[in-house]
Design a protein around this ligand. Structure first.
Ligand SMILES: NC(=O)c1ccc[n+]([C@@H]2O[C@H](COP(=O)([O-])OP(=O)(O)OC[C@H]3O[C@@H](n4cnc5c(N)ncnc54)[C@H](OP(=O)(O)O)[C@@H]3O)[C@@H](O)[C@H]2O)c1
Length: 349
């Protein structure tokens, strides 16, 4: 598995195991199997795990995996595991959040994960109108200086807000964003600003919640009710992109390219995102180890110029998803924002 140095002493796999699928709503979770799956991912080279304080139960599962991994593989092997969690204060708390609240949230993550220091905390802020995000980010920087956090990243900030946080002296190393063949919002201004500041992009949505797959190829347009919230979210992005029929054209091209590389649609879609400037890794959600072998192969798929030309010919017919990173989702009454849950710390714990 290709690796990438996100920060000094912080080497990640270029495919990251996404953890949201373990937070409920994506089928039954068997704790033992989940931990065995995580060991299989780590042994195979996918050594970086994405989670969040608001992914109910997932930090604790990763904590249990870390303990088991140390037991069966030793301390040196555990050292290679990097956990990327998030600090996502509830919308209802943003106006009153104190420095002590932030410190307490970080302690909770440390304790669930069984760590002395968090490898990476990715900061999310629901509402720019409650203009305290820069101040709160500086509190994370204080916790970093105190040794509670090794590295700070952001998630879903737009370019202007990312720049404000940087200008306040917060040493962001990464920004986690939705970036895929159907969503190129980061390419408008985020990529350039991030690269100039030495910030690496960690990208979710490259497989569109599973919409990029052979299952979707030739399938009728999915209709509500959807199997999970991921699919609602990414189907809305497909609609912005140009609709199901254009998406089918893209899937057909990807399927054909996949056939030439002994691969599959999802892997080609992820591989194409990894190629983009500024992208350090793709985060692929995994309920189990069904797609492990495929996901391991992603970085080594040697896409040709002709493959990219064929993909780009379809993308040239798409409507660019409007706005900067996460602008659409920030309208809580709009169709993209209304599918989000804004107070998960309160609801989940
Ligand atoms: N910062 C944020 O706001 C944010 C938002 C969303 C996600 N994330 C992070 O990013 C991760 C991934 O994003 P996501 O949750 O939106 O999901 P995703 O990665 O877009 O989709 C995951 C689903 O795609 C399917 N899949 C994965 N690999 C595949 C393959 N090789 N072939 C076919 N299907 C494949 C699987 O479905 P089946 O199991 O049904 O096959 C899997 O459950 C999350 O787990 C989370 O860690 C962060």
């Amino acid at each position: 598995m290709q690796t990438y140095d996100l920060a000094p002493g912080h080497r990640i796999s270029r495919v990251i195991k996404g953890g949201w699928q373990l937070a409920g709503g994506h089928g039954e979770i068997n704790r033992e199997t989940v931990i065995e799956d995580m060991i299989a991912f780590a042994d195979a080279g996918i050594t970086t795990f994405d989670c969040a304080d608001i992914y109910t139960g997932v930090e604790a599962l990763i904590g249990a995996f870390r303990a088991e991994y140390a037991r069966v593989r030793g301390a040196e092997a555990l050292d290679r595991i990097k956990v990327h969690t998030k600090f996502v204060p509830d919308l209802g708390k943003l106006a009153t959040l104190s420095k002590a609240d932030v410190a307490a949230a970080i302690e909770t993550s440390l304790s669930r994960l069984g760590m002395e220091q968090l490898n990476l905390v990715q900061f999310h802020w629901w509402d720019y109108e409650i203009d305290r995000q820069v101040e709160v980010a500086t509190w994370l920087a204080d916790l970093r200086r105190e040794g509670k956090i090794a590295n700070i990243g952001g998630t879903n900030f737009d370019t202007a807000q990312m720049s404000r946080i940087l200008d306040a002296g917060v040493p962001l190393v990464s920004m986690q964003v939705q970036y895929s063949l159907i969503d190129d919002r980061p390419s408008r201004s985020m990529v350039e600003a991030a690269m100039a500041a030495g910030i690496s992009l960690l990208c979710y949505g490259s497989v569109g919640g599973g919409l990029f797959s052979e299952r979707s190829l030739g399938a009728p347009e999915p209709q509500a009710p959807f199997e999970n919230r991921s699919l609602i979210k990414y189907k809305l992005i497909v609609d912005e992109f140009g609709g199901w029929s254009l998406f089918q054209d893209l899937l057909e091209v990807l399927a054909d390219i996949a056939a030439h590389h002994d691969s599959d649609i999802a892997s080609i879609a992820s591989r194409a995102v990894l190629e983009r400037p500024g992208v350090a890794a793709v985060i692929v959600g995994a309920r189990n180890r069904d797609h492990l072998e495929r996901n391991l192969a992603i970085p080594d798929i040697a896409l040709t110029e002709q493959d990219f030309a064929r993909i780009n010919a379809v993308l040239a017919r798409a409507n660019p998803v409007p706005g900067d990173v996460y602008t659409l989702e920030r309208d809580r009454n709009g169709k993209h924002g209304s599918v989000m849950k804004y107070n998960l710390n309160k609801e989940g714990h």
